[in-house]
Ligand binder design. Sequence first.
Ligand code: BGC
Length: 441
Amino acid sequence: MRRMLWAAALPMSLWSALPVLAAPVPASAAVAEAPGELTVLHWWTSTSERAAANHVAARLAEQGLRWVDSAVAGGGGGPAVKVLNERILRRMAPKVAQLNGQSMNEWADMGLLLELDAVAQRKGWARTLFPQVLSQLSVREHIVAAPLGIHRINNLYLNLAVFRQHGIEPPTDWAGLTRAAARLRSAGVTPVAFSDEPWQVATVFEALLLGEAGPQLYRRMMVAQEWQAFEDPALERAFRRLRQWRSLSLPAGGAAGGAAERPWTELVADFAAGRAALLITGDWARGELGALGLEGGRDFDCRAVPGTAAAHLFSIDTLAMLAGDRSAQPEQEKMAELLASATVQLGYNRIKGSVPVRKDVPVDELDPCAQQSYRLFANPATPRVPSLVHRMAFGEVGKNALIETVHRFALDPAQTPAAAQRRLLGLLRALPSKPARSAAP
Ligand code: BGC
């Protein structure tokens, strides 16, 4: 791997933190970990996320490794990634960090991530893992993280009890959803659970965009990052859909009170209790519904966002090992090996709502929604498209700029979909072209 003088190679996103580098950091500032202990920085703090992390920690403990938990609350990982940046800059890096997709590039380029090529080789990852997973773990032909699970983002959840109670047939397309929403409203039910938190708004948006654009154009936008693709009318339509969808979460008749920046777990709780009937989000919500005692197929239906049924809009959770002085390398390698093992994969993903990263695990015992996601992802004919919001496409800075633009539009009723499209287009033209990576997702 190319090694650079790390300060010289400091990513754009971190220049603001440079002053802290002026003062030498005493060696004692480093996080002290006893042998066999691995501090893990992550953002899994909901009930199901915690349970999934605890499951992994218990499996590691059986092998003599101690998971020392360092969780930073905040869905989508914005705060956790900031904390990680700060800790790395202050030379207080944890041994292990949830570091997904494109956000690994900068750290890997600076030689801060342990290369796990030997583990991958020994455990036959090239043979057992899905190619998209391997690609997300690799930076410049080196494996720099261990995989946990594959999330699907383009899900539409329907609360079946609510639909039954009001005698409404669960809809399958936009026209049916609009009709159902009107009937739910007149029955006093808020049709849609929605949050104005930027990452949640943009998570809904990318699923709607996939529906309007189709996988090919979506790829031109998010994978090739061709600014010309952002001129397509599909983008304006997606903005329009976002506005309509959000409006279905607001009190009827323009009454006061908006969607508000609510944590995703509150939305899931509203949906589970029947205070809202529809929810578009990643399948971490399914993990949480499971923790609340709800079952897919019986209590709720998991469908694809209209127009996206054939496609899998994915994000992959991974844990990177911070190299440090390399004293923990044997434990870190052992952990990486265990994370990708068939047993941990099945146990963890069943709780988390995601699906295994391996091609060779029996998934018949997973719930029907998980099986559907897994089979779709496993089928080579499926268009698999990377999530922007969950770090599978753009680097951290570009991603955040796109999210901010989508969020501004959602919150500003005076901004037209056409104006929002022009803003995104301007942003794309101004962003530097995509940095090279080992393989396209
Ligand atoms: C992560 C999931 C997590 C979700 C909500 C996503 O970015 O990939 O593991 O459950 O955020 O916090």
